[in-house]
Design a protein around this ligand. Structure first.
Ligand code: GTP
Ligand code: SPV
Ligand code: MN
Length: 631
């Protein structure tokens, strides 16, 4: 499989011919493809566009890289040690040592480029190098200058994912302001069974050489490790560019922010009011679910939620002085686990027959062409005949008592935005949408109430920087550990946290109308029996409606040392039963628990160089308010 054969390395003339056929005229793109072809030595080169999807799907089915999962639906399985992002193998490199932060694994550019050339040399032998020109923004966006890239990959399923996740085709690069303004994104899969994943001899490295706008990823074909437009460009490179772009007058001279944020619109069909909410939750913590949420039945007549994005937003101050946001992606790479008709009917509709969706690492039945994952239905299929788990092993052959999951906990579905039934009518509008609220959240079993609003910019940024949550399966080997994840950007930061905080204060501070901030938590648990205190999912809209009412001065909430919390009367609970004890816990603050937390926060923040004094002042204000409350 995998298109390997014995053909020797492609010639310069053959690469030129492929570039001609692919109508690549930009001399810098041509030189870049030639250069990397001489290093990785593929047998052939092919330029792709979204129009090639059907042919590439057919080839992938023929080659066994994809399997049919019903009409216009596909199944793929990744190598069993290649199922999530690998954070410790991920590096941001530059020439400037002051870019080193606590979390970005900074290294010198020269060192990492040399190391990656060494690793990638000859590694595409016998394979096709696909040239994938892409745009990480709607066409015509004010940030389009930072959105163009050309991914080289020797992996056809990666191309098929890229076509769903980004706008792919050379036409998207036709109007580069400067022909050199594209991100060079090189992906080489490597010999996956022989890379020593997770051992001291691990050969994988995922490097963004941010000040050269060059991404060099070696040793994976999965998700954020391999779809370079998405995470490496859309988050890490854009994080770096967002700060650097200030010098070029972007965002009124403040630059832009690139964040792991969902983005949604809420319309009150009675008053006609419309708001937009952006928010960061760590990986596998509910961004996709929230952006796809339907209003709960009791409120569904009145409120509509529009989907803009579920994983990345770029934010900037527009010419009118307002804060805007847009989703640079073209698709959704969503967590499969627990996606079902009750939790996320929208997602199910986005992956129905004919959608072109690709399922990765879920359970698969080649006979019936069905897929299944934990939480898809309350129980797995009772007739296990034909069913294979995510590793391809027959369920029927399992030892009695084997309770390991059928699907990998980080298994995913890939589908385009246009397939999402609640996608906003203007989701491709280049102007983006004005941002009314910025929320942070994560999995926190105690301490965090359902929602607490923060009306001060520095306190909002402080809240984002001190986002602490339980780690998930989206990164290798971390599930359940408590860790700080600033703004949900810990795995994606491109430079130091102190400078990043400063950049946030400058960008958002320049907006004429300040967004309201809030911290939300859908994951509070009763310590006695472990049940979730809040039903979550569609009901989460109730917390957002309260927040927007607070911003608009319609409710006042209850002031606590850590923000404004709804009163039980203000939270619209029409048609919902929440036990009294749960509701009380959800809407109150445990002062003692918070006082403990403040000491951890002080240590966390103290790691960051050049943390703005405004952030420390915010920390001290919250700490003092907690001390006053304890007296
Ligand atoms: P990435 O794509 O990894 O960045 O994740 P994400 O933040 O988009 O996560 P997603 O929305 O896909 O949610 C991941 C998991 O959280 C799924 O298993 C969901 O079922 C679960 N989840 C989402 N929202 C809620 C909620 O409100 N309550 C509870 N209990 N679980 C939720
Ligand atoms: C995440 O891990 O936060 C994701 C999936 O959104 S991946 O593309 O693998 O990064
Ligand atoms: Mn994510």
């Amino acid at each position: 499989g995998m298109g390997q054969d014995t053909a020797g390395p492609v010639s310069v003339a053959a690469v030129n011919e492929a570039l001609d056929v692919g109508r690549v005229t930009n001399p810098y793109v041509r030189a870049y493809v030639q250069y990397w072809a001489t290093i990785t030595e593929p047998a052939r080169v092919e330029v792709v566009s979204a129009l090639d999807d059907a042919r590439l799907v057919a080839e992938a089915l023929d080659a066994g890289e994809l399997q049919p999962a019903g009409h216009g639906l596909y199944y793929s399985r990744s190598y069993s040690k290649d199922t999530a992002r690998s954070e410790e193998r991920t590096i941001v490199a530059t020439d400037d040592e002051t870019d080193a932060g606590v979390y970005n694994n900074w290294r010198r550019g020269d060192e990492m480029v040399a190391a990656q050339i060494h690793r990638m040399a000859g590694q595409s032998a016998g394979r096709t190098m696909y040239v994938v020109p892409y745009l990480m923004s709607p066409e015509g966006s004010p940030l389009a200058q930072y959105a163009a890239g050309v991914q080289l990959t020797d992996n056809r399923p990666v191309v098929l994912h890229m076509i769903r996740m980004a706008r792919v085709g050379i036409e998207h690069l036709d109007e580069l302001p400067d022909p050199m303004d594209f991100v060079k994104a090189v992906h080489v899969t490597g010999d996956l069974p022989n890379l020593g994943q997770g051992t001291p001899e691990d050969q994988r490295y995922f490097v963004t050489v941010a000040d050269r706008r060059t991404i060099l990823h070696f040793g994976s074909s999965y998700g954020g490790n391999a779809l370079l437009g998405k995470i490496a460009h859309g988050l890490r490179q854009a994080c770096f560019d967002g700060r650097a772009s200030a010098e070029h007058g972007v965002g009124g001279g403040r630059g832009f922010l690139a964040e792991q944020f969902m983005l949604l619109g809420i319309t009150d069909t009675v008053t006609g009011k419309r708001w937009h909410v952006a928010g960061g939750f760590p990986s596998a913590s509910g961004k996709t679910n929230l952006a796809m949420t339907l209003a709960p039945d009791a409120l569904g007549e009145r409120y509509r939620v529009d989907f803009y994005g579920d994983d990345i937003a770029w934010l900037w101050v527009g010419d009118d002085g307002r804060l805007y946001a847009m989703n640079p992606e073209f698709g959704v790479f969503g967590v499969a686990k627990d996606t079902n008709a009750a939790t996320n009917p929208t997602a199910l509709e986005a992956i129905t027959p004919g959608s072109g969706a690709i399922f990765t690492n879920v359970a698969y039945n080649p006979t019936t062409q069905e897929v299944w994952w934990e939480g898809r239905t309350p129980e797995p299929p009772t007739d296990v005949t034909g069913w294979l788990d995510w590793k391809g092993e027959a369920i029927a052959d399992r030892e009695p008592g084997d309770t390991s999951p059928w699907a990998h906990p980080n298994s995913r579905f890939t589908t385009t935005l246009a397939n999402v039934p609640n996608v906003a009518a203007d989701f491709e509008a280049p102007a983006g949408v004005p941002v009314d609220a910025i929320i942070f959240g994560g999995r926190t079993r105690d301490r965090e109430p359902l929602v607490r609003a923060v009306t001060d910019l520095a306190e909002g940024v402080y809240d984002g920087l001190t986002l602490g949550a339980e780690a998930t399966f989206a990164a290798d080997g971390l599930d359940g550990q408590l860790r700080y994840d600033p703004m949900s950007m810990r795995p994606f930061l491109a430079y130091g946290e102190g400078d990043y905080a400063r950049h946030w204060l400058e960008v958002v501070g320049a907006a004429t109308e300040q967004p309201i901030f809030a911290h939300v938590n859908w994951f509070a648990k009763d310590p006695e029996d472990g049940h979730f205190r809040w039903p979550g999912y569609r009901e989460n809209l109730r917390a957002l409606l309260w927040l927007l009412a607070l911003k608009d001065g319609e409710v006042t909430g209850h002031r606590t040392p850590v923000g404004i919390v709804p009163t039980a009367e203000e939270l619209d609970l029409t048609g919902l039963e929440v036990p009294e004890a749960d509701l009380e816990a959800l809407l109150s603050i445990d002062t003692e628990r918070w006082r403990q937390e403040m000491a951890f926060r002080a240590d966390h923040l103290a790691q960051f160089e050049r943390l703005p004094e405004e952030i420390w002042a915010a920390h001290r204000r919250v700490a003092q308010a907690l001390e006053d409350a304890a007296e």
